[in-house]
Design a binder for this molecule. Structure first.
Ligand code: ACO
Ligand code: ZN
Length: 487
């Protein structure tokens, strides 16, 4: 046998050892990297085996179906964490070297999709140290929170029911309410991860969605009706978020859909940016359709059906054709933990254009109107953490830089509480941000803040980059006391 045939025969022998749950090096899409991946599922399409893999140290949105040529079957860790010889997580060796890992991430991964913090032996350097520490802290907190979880949604409904109304995202009947939950449920918070962590919900199930003029590839599982997930594309009305199975159905719907913007009240408008406030109780179907859509891009939380306790703030870009959804955040009407955001999302075509920070800024503007400080619901996703860190850093710097010294020439002074009051950022987030920025020094019995020139330059650059800022004069909103109303 030639060496190539030899290799091929070993690889094909190895394929039999590839089972669901095993781990092995897999070549990532558009890359020469072979990170370790877990095989979640195996299927056969037109006689060809395909493997759904999750790259162990990476975010699940990079999970994908691969064919056998991308598997390195020479280093398999079997499902139970033991190889055939009973060694713990050792690798099958066949005498050949595994492909060398590239030392840098591929452009597609490093530029737009950072790997998840944490995971197995991640490279922890520079800012990653903080991220990893925060992630650990969040995980610890989540553990203790989950054990006393106050998240008790009202009667869940089965999303995969095949009633016509549900298939096209229409009105649901009250009679469906007491079904046993066989799928995740929908609320504004998408809280409490891990309850449905089986192979089905670990895999992307929707191929593509069409929303207005965008065609978007989903990142994660979302419990759209089973009849729709088998189709190549789900068509969604960009105004009412009703979902249908074909373009013809969508056209039929659009002919009679009279919405040109989200339902609810337009509470903010400046230039082409608008915010609508939607009550999850009054506009239940819209709220549930929004949660289903959001779940395609939010993984760390599970869907709940009860949208009643939430308000949804949908941000739109408006033009002559209507108000087009860019992103949203949900917010509990009453939060015992001072959360001012439950879930936050910018749809992928609009990401990395500062819309995320605009949404975050808006959420704190609402808190300012309420006279409170607030914080996002935990856990945060990897991208959520990056966005909040970036927002907090610049919001805090703005306040510090705006602090004036006394007329007698004393240096400017500010307390943490004053920073909280001016930004509405919760104290613990202010402190963790100041710590991560490494700004605070202890000198002669006093805490002093030293701002280095490169930090100020970076801050200025960021401020110049952000064309849009929330203008509080354009917010027409009065907070409601939900404890005195029916939610
Ligand atoms: N890679 C690296 N850094 C990123 C990325 C990315 N893909 N996306 C955002 N960031 C960081 C950057 O630091 C960026 O600042 P920059 O100007 O220095 O680049 C900062 O986050 C914010 O960037 P924006 O452009 O304002 O954020 P964007 O519009 O992309 O929205 C959001 C951020 C909402 C987190 C978006 O990525 C998203 O919807 N992701 C999917 C859903 C999600 O994870 N939501 C947060 C969950 S946490 C919760 O719900 C409470
Ligand atoms: Zn519609």
């Amino acid at each position: 046998m030639s060496r190539i045939e030899d290799v091929l025969s070993i690889i094909s022998d190895g394929l039999q050892a590839v089972t669901e749950g095993c781990k092995l090096p897999v070549r990532m899409k558009n890359s020469e990297e072979w990170p370790k991946a877990e095989v979640i599922s195996i299927r056969q399409v037109k006689g060809v085996l395909q493997y759904y893999v999750h790259y162990v140290d990476y975010n699940k949105r990079l999970d994908e179906w691969v064919t056998e040529d991308r598997l390195d079957t020479r280093k398999i860790e079997s499902a139970q964490g033991k190889d055939e010889k009973g060694h713990n997580n050792t690798c099958h060796t066949t005498g050949f070297n595994t492909p060398k890992k590239a030392t840098t991430l591929s452009a597609s991964v490093s530029s737009s999709r950072p790997p998840s913090p944490g995971g197995e032996e991640p490279l922890i350097t520079g800012p990653t140290v903080l991220q990893a520490a925060l992630q650990k802290k969040t995980a610890r907190k989540r553990k203790s929170q989950n054990s006393i979880s106050a998240d008790t949604p009202s009667q869940p409904q089965d999303v995969n029911q095949s009633s016509e109304d549900v298939i096209d995202g229409g009105e649901k009947k009250d009679g469906d309410k007491d079904k046993t939950p066989s799928t995740p449920r929908l609320t504004g918070s998408l809280a409490a991860p891990g309850t449905h962590d089986d192979a089905i919900t670990r895999m992307k199930n929707v191929e593509l969605i069409e929303l207005g003029r965008h065609r978007i590839k989903p990142w994660y599982f979302s419990p759209y009706p089973i009849e729709l997930v088998t189709l190549p594309c789900i068509y969604i009305c960009e105004f009412c978020l009703k979902f249908v199975k074909s373009r013809i159905c969508l056209e039929r719907h659009l002919a009679k859909c009279n919405l040109k913007h989200p339902p609810g009240n337009e509470i903010y408008r400046k230039g082409s940016i608008s915010f609508f406030e939607i009550d999850g109780r009054k506009n239940k179907i819209y709220a549930q359709n929004l949660c289903l859509l959001a779940k395609l891009f939010l993984d760390h939380k599970t869907l709940y059906y009860d949208t009643d306790p939430f308000l949804f703030y949908v941000m739109c870009e408006c033009d002559s054709k209507g108000c087009h959804i860019v992103g949203y955040f949900s917010k509990e009407k009453e939060s015992s933990e001072d959360y001012n955001v439950a879930c936050i999302l910018v749809l992928p075509p609009y990401q990395r254009k500062s819309y995320g920070k605009l949404l975050i800024e808006f959420s704190y503007e609402l808190s300012k109107f309420e006279g409170k400080t607030g914080s996002p619901e935990k856990p945060l996703s990897d991208l959520g953490l990056l966005s909040y860190r970036s927002y907090w850093t610049h919001a805090i710097l703005l306040v510090i830089l705006g602090t004036k010294g006394s007329e007698e020439g004393e240096p400017p002074q500010i307390t943490i509480n004053e920073i909280c009051e001016q930004t509405s950022i919760k104290k613990e987030d202010v402190i963790s941000t100041l710590q991560s920025m490494n700004l605070i020094n202890y000198y002669k019995g006093q805490y002093i803040i030293c701002l280095q020139k490169d930090l100020l330059d970076k801050h200025q650059k960021e401020m110049n980059k952000r064309a849009q800022k929330i203008d509080s004069r354009c917010l027409h909103w009065t907070p409601k006391d939900w404890s005195k109303r029916s939610k």
